[in-house]
Design a protein around this ligand. Structure first.
Ligand code: PLP
Length: 406
């Protein structure tokens, strides 16, 4: 008997036009990595940087790691590691949906928020539908827009020496046909919050069909009002959440995209909804239902942040008024020199944004780490750093696209 030839279009249940669009998109995906914070941080780490040595406050990680409840859940689930356990994944989405008052169809589970971020930009931007983003802002959406061929419109933060928030009016004025307006609240790298009033204004005035992508990676660290209600109200809003920051699970990988089911479906055509590691699912669920976790960690990280911002002020330096686990620090000389000088002393601070060349991003680490940061920063700033350049990047990270970000 002849083996039947399978027609992928017929089997997929998609129209031929959609199938070809998705095929083109996925072949682009196959050759291009999703840009993540870890990739950006590692791209600038010098070759000599030993991950087990020195102070690493360059990737907005959480030195506390997973909570006790998450660790216990991981240990308990390991014997089941030979199974896919797909229902667990659904249950995780359902748990979050229930806690936030959503129908589960509004929540998709991903291995961190980088993928849904990337896919949202791919799905809703194109050469005629620009990406609008704050500057300085998180670079990953720009990388995705580069792939979709969308123009990238960077809008400077409002009041850069003060509140440093998204200039929502200027963002709206930047294009008449934006595909995606990206708002990170609190913002990476400044750690600053854009007011609820401004977010509401942005959502209410955005042109029809524009997706407002609200990245709440750092929301748990702040008192900012979450934007999930816009999704409940049926707006063209997608909210991203991750377990990488307050929950300390950057290496374990878990996150959510929250949006109207029709929007989530469009994102999912670019990839996603793969079977998640059951260790990550178990840890995320345990973290979600651990009612002490957010307030305890928010308080601790907030105290360490406040101590360091106060110390920097007493030393005469301006830093952004962060409510998150990172801030931008004005070093009043090329930030790359200070970065390089700190790295020579095994203290790895964050990268430099071209719009603010005299600033460096600093992640709030543990108290012990920040004590080393302070000592080293003082030493570095009391000497000359003229001419110092960051060392060559790791071999495998070379292709990370910094050039187009400037
Ligand atoms: N969004 C922002 C603003 C981030 O800073 C990060 C990571 O640092 C992410 C999203 C994605 O993180 P992950 O993929 O680990 O969830």
């Amino acid at each position: 008997m002849q083996t039947p030839i399978l027609d992928p279009v017929a089997c997929s249940g998609l129209s031929r036009r959609n199938f070809l669009r998705i095929a083109a998109a996925t072949s682009a995906l196959a050759s291009v990595p999703v840009l993540t914070e870890s990739r950006l941080a590692f791209a600038q780490r010098p070759k000599f940087a030993d991950p087990n040595k020195g102070i690493h406050i360059d990737a907005n990680e959480n030195p506390l790691g997973p909570s006790e409840s998450a660790r216990k859940a991981i240990a308990e689930i390991i014997p089941k590691g030979g199974r896919y356990e797909f229902p667990m994944q659904m249950e995780l989405g359902e748990t979050f949906a229930k806690m936030e008052g959503f129908d589960p169809s509004y929540v998709d589970v991903y291995a961190g928020s980088s993928e849904p971020l990337h896919f949202t930009v791919l799905a809703f931007t194109s050469k005629d539908k620009p990406l609008v983003i704050a500057d300085p802002g998180y670079e990953a959406p720009m990388w995705a827009a580069n792939i979709s061929g969308a123009p990238i419109i960077k809008v400077p933060l409002l009041d850069p020496k003060g509140a440093a928030t998204h200039d929502v009016k200027a963002m709206l004025a930047a294009s008449t046909t934006p595909g995606v307006i990206y708002l990170c609240n609190p913002n990476n790298p400044t750690g600053t919050v854009t007011s609820r009033e401004d977010v509401e204004y942005l959502v209410s005035k955005a042109p029809k069909g524009t997706v407002i992508l609200i990245d709440e990676a750092y929301i748990h660290l702040s008192d900012a009002q979450p934007s999930l209600d816009f999704v409940k109200d049926g707006k063209d809003v997608i909210v991203l959440r991750t377990f990488s920051k307050l929950y300390g699970m950057a290496g374990i990988r878990m996150g959510f995209a929250i949006g109207r089911p029709d929007l989530l479906k469009q994102i999912a055509t670019f990839g996603g909804q793969n079977s998640m590691p059951i260790t990550a699912i178990a840890a995320a669920k345990a973290s979600l239902i651990d009612t002490d976790l957010v307030p305890t960690r928010k308080k601790l990280i907030g105290e360490i942040r406040a101590e360091n911002l106060a110390w920097l002020k007493s030393e005469g330096y301006h830093a952004t008024p962060s409510v998150s686990n990172c801030f931008m620090l004005d070093v009043r000389r090329p930030g790359k020199e200070v970065y390089a000088a700190m790295a020579q002393k095994d203290v790895y601070i964050g990268r430099i944004w071209p719009a603010w060349p005299n600033c460096v991003r600093v992640t709030v680490g543990s108290r012990e780490e920040m004590a080393v940061f302070q000592k080293t920063f003082k030493e570095v700033m009391s000497g000359s750093t003229a001419g110092l350049e960051p060392q060559p990047i790791h071999e495998r990270m070379r292709e990370t696209p910094f050039a187009y970000l400037s």
